[in-house]
Design a protein around this ligand. Structure first.
Ligand SMILES: Nc1ncnc2c1ncn2[C@@H]1O[C@H](COP(=O)(O)OP(=O)(O)OP(=O)(O)O)[C@@H](O)[C@H]1O
Length: 234
């Protein structure tokens, strides 16, 4: 279990006013909130990139930041490194030389054959796949994803959502996925944690009890959509 209970101020101004939630191991949790409510800050806190007040526990103990993968909104790939070299980068930082592992990660995200391509020669969706491979190559226990598909066109986005579910089912890593899209949250999540406006706290939690793959035109899908909308604008 991942247990989060954090607060955060910037220059004396409260941005996060005690966000508290739990994520079951291996579950897919979406963090839903409007723009500027502190979603990125929350992920940065969990990743150990930001100071905070409170506690974050994984399996009852302080979380090991080495076991966390991060996928950014903009892909943040290193332009002068090939796809493969981008994925080996976090291994190099840990003193591990294992191109085979990086190749496997690229294969898992469907990029076999693109190892030697540079980011500028790949589409937005492919670059995000590299970002996911780079996060997964360290075998993280927790994968933090900050609106990773926000800049993709609708069709690519839908495809990437399906791909991500496949990857998650194969790896069973715990995912915290930040989004401001209600539809994305209902499509992906086991549980949606809805954040209030700034200073943000948890406005509510909704478990999505729908079989996957989910049908966006299904009546129950729509009911979840309405429920989340109600919580968001409350
Ligand atoms: N380093 C910083 N210094 C001061 N204020 C900051 C800093 N980082 C974030 N903030 C403020 O904290 C608030 C939350 O920002 P954050 O980026 O976490 O929101 P968000 O929900 O991720 O937004 P978006 O959906 O637009 O990405 C914003 O008002 C932002 O201006």
């Amino acid at each position: 279990m991942l247990e989060v209970d954090v607060s955060k101020s910037f220059n004396g101004k409260k941005v996060i006013d005690r966000i508290r939630f739990k994520a079951e191991e291996g579950s897919f949790v979406c963090i839903l909130g409007e723009s500027g409510c502190g979603k990125t800050t929350l992920l940065r806190i969990i990743a150990g990139l930001e100071s905070f007040e409170g506690t974050i526990k994984y399996r009852g103990r302080e979380i090991d930041r080495e076991k966390i993968g991060f996928v950014f909104q903009d892909d943040r790939l290193i332009p002068w490194r090939t796809a493969l070299e981008n994925v080996t980068f976090p291994l190099e930082l840990r003193g591990i030389e294992d191109a085979e592992r990086a190749l496997k990660a690229l294969e898992m995200v469907g990029l076999k054959g693109y190892e030697s391509y540079y980011p500028k020669h790949l589409s937005g969706g492919m670059r995000q796949r590299i970002g996911i491979a780079r996060a997964l190559v360290i075998n993280p226990e927790i994968l933090l994803m900050d609106e990773p598909f926000a800049s993709l066109d609708e069709l690519t986005r839908a495809k990437m959502q399906m791909e991500l579910l496949r990857i998650w089912m194969e790896n069973r890593v715990t995912i915290l996925f930040v989004t401001h899209s209600i539809e994305e949250a209902v499509f992906l999540a086991d549980k949606v944690v809805v954040l209030s406006r700034k200073p943000s706290r948890v406005a509510g939690e909704v478990f999505i009890d729908l079989k996957r793959p989910r049908n966006r035109t299904d009546q129950r899908f729509n009911e979840y959509r309405k429920e989340l909308m109600r919580l968001l604008i409350a």
